[in-house]
Design a binder for this molecule. Structure first.
Ligand SMILES: Cc1cc2nc3c(=O)[nH]c(=O)nc-3n(C[C@H](O)[C@H](O)[C@H](O)COP(=O)(O)OP(=O)(O)OC[C@H]3O[C@@H](n4cnc5c(N)ncnc54)[C@H](O)[C@@H]3O)c2cc1C
Length: 388
């Protein structure tokens, strides 16, 4: 594959000089691990005790990684990215909520986003998190095969109804809906529910997409089993393929509780598993669609390569590349420039509520040594290019 990701003029065409400087500053800060660890804790504390730091967060890390505090706030960013061929997935990034009122609110926000998807070409896909629609406790209990009390069962029925309302509307509007994956210890229940939705709504093509975290060593077997089931029962599969964002938490829990970690033994094993997933899905495109959520250049080149070898057009509607807003613009914008389907998650929500998301991004950019270095090198290259 001819390298395309080094073109920084295309990658940063939407960034003003000052936005480029801010990005440089942020990635530089995030490369210092203790700063991220202490910074995350201090920020959370400061927000809890109402210290006036929201403004500071808003104009630094928030504006870099988020589109705004509500859907309409995000529209300028969404429209300008779309002019460069990059679509958006509006991501309601409010996490760790626990009440029925909040779950109903999250469902209503997603239903409203589907209205946007129907009307606005730049937003072709919706997304939600299972934990946005129901309590962790219920998913966890069901995931380990424990029975629910009568009250819990009634509560779970409401979770199912929320999934169903969103997937039904997505199908009616012919809009894909991605369902994120979270911690492994409650994923079985989420998987079972998403499979039921696929069976119900993926009758002509994939509309409902589950997420496969390929840092889990059991995911290839899971994919193959799900494929067998879908073939027998006659529905299409949709999967967002990612490596996985909760590695340290997963390992710590497994160690603390004394069970085998679900995570691949090292990064190379995760990379191989992710790429095996790409191969498998590309080999079975007659019955599945893929959204490859990755900032990894090799995996992105591999997917392009597989598409070319199979004679598929970059615009093939069954294949999407995805990155997060504020990261890996060199991949998103260069892919879009070559005509591939690309969408960026554009997170939004009140500053305080998106903190868990922002801290995950900061930690990720610290722990993935290569990522920050790469972002910094590309920004530096672009700054130099602009000077000359
Ligand atoms: C559009 C999009 C949607 C996403 N949705 C989800 C989601 O629903 N659920 C979710 O969990 N994550 C999600 N993520 C985050 C994703 O899982 C990764 O954390 C992130 O993208 C970094 O991985 P990478 O493929 O970009 O590549 P890289 O930067 O090459 O890989 C980093 C990843 O490799 C794995 N890894 C690192 N070190 C090791 C090690 N020592 N042993 C084993 N594995 C290791 C980890 O998963 C780490 O995040 C999403 C990402 C994107 C871009």
């Amino acid at each position: 594959m001819t390298p395309i990701f080094d073109n920084t003029e295309i990658a940063f065409a939407l960034k003003s000089d000052s936005e480029l400087e801010r990005a440089y500053f942020l990635f530089k800060m995030m490369s210092v691990e203790p700063l991220v660890r202490i910074g995350g804790a201090v920020t959370n504390f400061a927000l809890k005790v109402h210290l006036p730091i929201e403004g500071l967060i808003r104009y630094t890390v928030f504006d870099h990684f988020c589109g705004g505090i509500n859907e309409t706030d995000c529209l300028p960013v969404i429209n300008s990215m779309h002019e460069k061929g990059v679509s958006s997935v509006l991501d309601f990034s409010v996490e760790a909520k626990e009440s029925e009122k909040e779950f109903d609110h999250a469902r209503d926000v997603i239903l409203n986003i589907l209205e946007f998807c129907k009307e606005i070409k730049a937003i072709p896909i919706a997304v939600f998190k299972p934990s946005g629609f129901g309590r962790f406790h219920l998913y966890e209990k069901l995931s380990k095969g424990a029975g629910l009390t009568e009250k819990e069962q009634a509560e779970w029925n409401k979770v199912v109804d929320r999934f169903d309302a969103v997937c039904k509307k997505a199908k009616a509007y012919n809009v894909a809906v991605l369902i994120d994956a979270e911690e492994s210890w409650f994923q079985n229940a989420a998987d079972a529910l998403v499979t039921a939705m696929m069976k119900k709504y993926n009758t002509e093509k994939a509309v409902v997409f589950n997420t496969l975290q390929m840092y889990r060593h059991d995911r290839m077997d899971f994919l193959k089993n799900e494929h067998e089931k879908a073939k027998t029962e006659g529905y299409f599969l949709g999967y967002k393929l990612v490596r996985g964002a909760y590695m340290e938490k997963e390992r710590d829990r497994a160690e603390a509780k004394g069970y085998e970690s679900p995570i691949c033994k090292n990064k190379i094993a995760t990379d191989e598993n992710f790429n095996a997933g790409l191969h498998y899905m590309l080999d079975h495109l007659d019955s599945m669609s893929i959204f490859a959520g990755t900032h990894n250049e090799s995996s992105s080149y591999l997917l392009m390569d597989l598409m070319e070898k199979k004679g598929l057009k970059p615009t093939d509607s069954r294949i999407w590349f995805g990155q997060l807003y504020g990261m890996s613009d060199h991949i998103s914008f260069n892919l879009a420039d070559k005509g591939y389907n690309v969408a960026k998650y554009v997170p939004f929500g009140p500053v305080k509520d998106v903190m868990p998301y922002l801290i995950r991004r900061a930690e990720e950019n610290t722990s993935v040594a290569g990522q920050t270095g790469r972002e910094l090198a590309l920004i530096t290259k672009e700054k130099k290019r602009r000077k000359t």
